[in-house]
Design a protein around this ligand. Sequence first.
Ligand SMILES: [Zn+2]
Ligand SMILES: [Zn+2]
Length: 157
Amino acid sequence: MNAPRPGWLPRFEEKIDKPENLDECWIWTGALDDSKYGKFRLPTGSVSGAHIISWELANERQVPAGWHVDHLCRVRQCVNPDHLEPVPASENTDRGTSFSAKNSRKTHCPRGHEYTDENIRWHNNRRECITCIRARDKERRDAKRQERVDNFGFEIE
Ligand SMILES: [Zn+2]
Ligand SMILES: [Zn+2]
């Protein structure tokens, strides 16, 4: 835990009502979003879930793009990292059978990757190109990582 602390950290921490017993919920006293989760504006202007920031600071790691941070304690305003657990967003990978004939005739994705058994994922009865999905995920991850570096002043993964 020797990473440099970002300058906004005191502003973040002063909004946390830490209990005497640190095993209990740490209640966020700052702004809440519509779903009653704590939110915090980072220096680049983006707003993040307070619980997400808290988990990332404690673990010095970024929550993977597309993952949620679950509250094990069910207290949405809680930002105690020990009560938080990142989980992958549930994926709909049902293999549909009623895709259209037009769709089934295509042999390549719009970007020209071949539709092989290994390169297809079914989503809502439509084929998706796994190569494209991976590329999109990577772009999203890279963008998010860079944003985190801009905000935190250091790589947290
Ligand atoms: Zn809690
Ligand atoms: Zn593709």
